[in-house]
Design a protein around this ligand. Structure first.
Ligand code: HEA
Ligand code: HEM
Ligand SMILES: [Cu+2]
Length: 667
């Protein structure tokens, strides 16, 4: 009846995951009970869960990323603590558990922290920057988000029911084949990533279409803000690379479920095929993550230097160059596989070539700051911290791209230090910069500056204390994924690294405190202008938070830095804006399609993992039925009448005027 599922799936003998899961469950039930008692459910359902508004979906993506950051961070703390104590002893985590933790940490951090964070920011910001009212396919957008959430849910369910993969964040065969991983761990991994991967693909298609097809009047390609360009590059990579991931995992699943031999060592299979395929996705994936972060820094650096971005066109070119070259370097992840010196040299050189457009970007940011009026507010601090940290990480990447060096450093802690150096310094700092920068736009009040700055310094300092020791231990020969070790010289570095992790944790907690304190003090932190940072692009032209329709009238764009230009013109020609002729605005109706579809996807995934075939059929049928019902609905849009638009706009304009009036001047 329930396939492979029975009581032995609950890890009663392992207190750590059980206690962790119990705490999470109590928290979730507590939040649900609180929302129920306060009567928030109808509001949550109508305004958020079924919302197809790109702004709300963007906020939900970011929220998902932040919650998952706490989960992935807990894993990180456990691993660092284990390595600090597991010298000539087993520490507190048995090997099978340690292996699940680094696999879950890597998977969660890449797929459920990095991806939702950047997709959330892109979703929220891009339509506003392009001067339009939503993304190209609003309902599909909701489907994409909920499928991502479904994947995250499955990974977390594995904590209590069954187990997670022990094969690392990329399940290399033959270890991930049925003969070596007979449990359900790899299946949890594969189905979670298949489901969320479809969600990501959908989001990518949606944003590519939005940038290519939905731009306001005068918003030519070369007038788009840099963040829109990096979104386009990143989403083109998603569209090209994610199908490879899906196909590769589908083949692995065929191996595991139906006895195929794509990646086995017998019957004509070849596990090297998996390496090529997974890295043909995996390398572009790291640029999918970091390009939007580059976009955030471009916006932040030019805004907080009060200057146009230096070398805008070269920045566009560099972005698109990285987008292309990203597809030509995948083999640097397995130089040691035996492809031969010539092949290794080709891929090594291709990898080094990426340093050129990346360097162009770094110099452009520096020149943007040079001679500008630099304001070191929190988003800008993250940007400066990024530049220093990312250069270091990028340079160690170039070292790894030298095949002979890589033969020594492959799979060492030096590699682990390299990628945390670029991912934390690049992606995570970018996500935090974007979060603090656009928070006032999303909610109408700023985040607390003092706490934000403190969080930045703790995170930055903690980062170096954690990861510099890993470079050193790596050079001393310590390999990655060690549950325990016997070399005394490594030990001090592991202890320092664990202290560093505690410092990062303080930084993360400070951001949580900042969030709560800012909500409580929102009246003091209120931004009534809609433009708290003296911004340059169109998202700052509308109110904070923006009305559902974003712009009452589509803005007319006359050049780069559209809003900055408009502000300067207004200053020269007086503040008075011509009276607008508002029209009725049609907007897409909210739809539960995304949520329901993801519900059935979760059921199907869970049933697949446990071989509960009747449930698989039900889940697939349910998902199909959801789309049929959706296709049959008779009213797609609703209308915000012109009078309502006029009322909202008049209120917003009045509020902005009041905020901009110098203190003490007559009403
Ligand atoms: C956001 C993520 C991200 C980014 C941006 C990068 C960027 C780079 N990475 Fe990294 N990498 C990862 C994430 C990332 N990497 C991950 C996750 C892994 C491991 C996966 C695993 O095995 O589990 C990995 C592994 C990895 C390997 C495999 C090592 C091994 O397994 O043995 C290699 C080898 O070539 C490599 C190289 C590079 C290079 C050359 C860059 C370049 O793009 C860097 C370019 C940037 C600079 C160089 C700095 C700025 C430039 C200048 C200031 C100009 C002047 C400089 C020069 C001219 C040199 N990376
Ligand atoms: C917040 C601080 C973080 C700490 C202290 C940390 C710590 C660790 C540790 C100890 C490991 C295992 C190293 C080993 O193999 O021995 C690891 C692996 C990994 N981490 Fe992190 N990490 C952090 C943040 C992140 C972030 C933000 C990401 C990505 C967005 C990330 C992605 C990964 C990946 C992909 C692996 C490889 C997993 C594997 O070996 O399969 N980490 N990390
Ligand atoms: Cu790579």
């Amino acid at each position: 009846m329930l396939g492979k599922l029975d009581w032995s799936a609950i890890p009663i003998d392992q207190p750590i995951p059980l206690i962790a899961a119990a705490i999470v469950l109590v928290l979730i039930l507590g939040v649900l009970a609180w929302a129920g008692i306060k009567g928030y459910f109808p509001y949550l359902w109508d305004e958020w869960i079924t919302s197809v508004d790109h702004k709300r979906i963007g906020v939900m993506y970011v929220l998902l990323a932040m919650v998952m950051l706490l989960r992935g961070g807990t894993d990180a703390i456990m691993m660092r603590t284990q390595q600090a104590v597991a010298f000539q002893s087993q520490g507190f985590l048995p090997p099978e558990h340690y292996n699940q933790i680094f696999s879950a940490h890597g998977t969660i951090m890449i797929f459920f922290v990095g991806m939702p964070f950047i997709i959330g920011l892109m979703n929220f910001v891009v339509p506003l920057q392009l001067g339009v009212r939503d993304v190209a396919f609003p309902t599909l957008n909701s489907v994409g988000f909920w499928l991502t959430a479904s994947g995250a849910l499955l990974v977390n369910v594995s904590l209590v029911i069954g187990e997670f993969a022990r094969t690392g964040w990329l399940p290399f065969p033959p270890l991930s084949e049925l003969s070596y991983s007979p449990g359900v761990g790899v299946d949890y991994y594969a189905w979670a990533i298949q489901i969320s991967g479809v969600g990501t693909l959908v989001a990518g298609i949606n944003l590519v279409t939005t940038v290519l097809k939905l731009r306001t009047k005068g918003m030519t390609y070369l007038r788009m803000p840099m963040f829109c360009w990096t979104t386009l590059a990143s989403c083109l990579l998603i569209v090209a690379a994610f199908p490879i991931l899906t196909a590769t995992l589908a083949m692995l699943l065929l191996d595991r479920y139906l006895g195929f031999h794509f990646f086995t060592n017998e019957a004509g299979g070849n596990m090297m095929m998996f390496m090529n395929l997974i890295w043909a996705w995996g390398h572009p994936e790291v640029y999918i993550l970091v390009l939007p972060a580059f976009g955030v820094f471009s916006e932040v650096v030019s805004t907080f230097s009060s200057k146009p971005l230096f070398g805008y066109r070269s920045m566009v070119l560099a972005t698109m160059a990285i987008c292309l070259i990203a597809f030509t370097v995948w083999l640097h992840h397995f130089f040691t596989m035996g492809a031969g010196a010539t092949v290794n040299a080709v891929f090594g050189i291709a990898s080094m070539i990426i340093a050129v457009p990346t360097g162009v970007k770094i110099y452009n940011w520096l020149f943007t700051m040079y001679g500008g009026r630099v304001r070191l507010e929190t988003p800008m601090l993250w940007a400066v911290g990024f530049m220093v940290t990312f250069i270091l990480g990028g340079l160690t990447g170039v070292l790894l791209a030298v095949p002979p060096a890589d033969f020594m450093l492959h799979n060492s802690l030096f590699l682990v230090a390299h990628f945390h150096n670029v991912i934390i310094g690049g992606v995570l700092f970018g996500a935090f910069a974007g979060y603090t920068y656009w928070f006032p736009k999303a909610f109408g009040f700023r985040l607390h500056e003092g706490l934000g700055k403190a969080a930045f310094w703790f995170t930055l300092f903690g980062f170096y204390v954690t990861f510099v020791p890993l470079y050193i231990a790596g050079l001393m020969g310590m390999t990655r994924r060690m549950q325990h070790y016997d070399v005394a010289e490594w030990r001090p570095w592991m202890i320092v690294a664990s202290l560093g992790t505690a410092i990062i944790a303080v930084g993360v907690v400070l951001q949580l405190v900042q969030f709560i304190v800012s909500i409580r003090r929102r009246e003091q932190l209120r931004d009534r202008t809609g433009d708290p940072w003296d911004g340059r692009s169109l998202e700052w032209a509308t109110a904070s938070p923006p009305p559902v329709y974003n712009f009452a009238v589509y803005p007319d764009v006359a050049g780069e830095d559209a809003y900055w230009t408009a502000k300067s013109t207004a200053r020269e020609h007086g503040e008075e804006q011509p009276k607008q002729n508002y029209r009725d605005i049609e907007l897409p109706r909210n739809s539960p399609t995304g949520f329901i579809c993801a519900f059935f996807a979760t059921v199907t995934g869970f049933a697949m993992i446990w071989h509960i075939w009747w449930m698989v059929c039900l889940g697939l049928l349910g998902a199909f039925a959801t789309f049929v019902v959706f296709a049959w609905r008779d009213r797609e849009d609703y209308v915000v009448p012109a009078e309502e638009v006029e009322r909202i706009e008049a209120a917003n304009i009045a509020e902005r005027r009041r905020a901009l009036r110098p203190a003490g001047s007559p009403a």
